[in-house]
Design a protein. Structure first.
Length: 89
């Protein structure tokens, strides 16, 4: 299934929470069109969506311009979590 990506501006993109019933917050991607195309060819976007499903996540799961496929959590992925409800790392 193709990931729906909404263009916010030339360098900011968003996967809405409606894409996956387990998403708690949207996924935000900070990249130009060239970098975004590279992320689409890897598992980067799917891993970014996985971030948004973690307990206690706040506001957005973020993929920065250097984002690329990692092991579950993308390299270049950023997330903030509630201290009480969030995950333990």
């Amino acid at each position: 299934m193709q990931v729906p990506i909404k263009k916010i501006n030339d360098l900011v993109w968003e996967v809405p929470v409606e894409y996956n019933r387990h998403m708690r917050v949207p996924a935000r991607i900070y990249a130009d069109e060239t970098l975004l195309a590279m992320m689409k060819r890897e598992e980067t976007l799917h891993q970014g969506i996985n971030i948004t499903q973690l307990p206690g996540i706040q506001k957005y799961g973020i993929i920065l311009p250097d984002g690329h496929q990692g092991y579950g959590f993308p390299i270049g992925g950023v997330a903030a979590f509630d201290a009480e409800e969030g995950i333990i790392t």
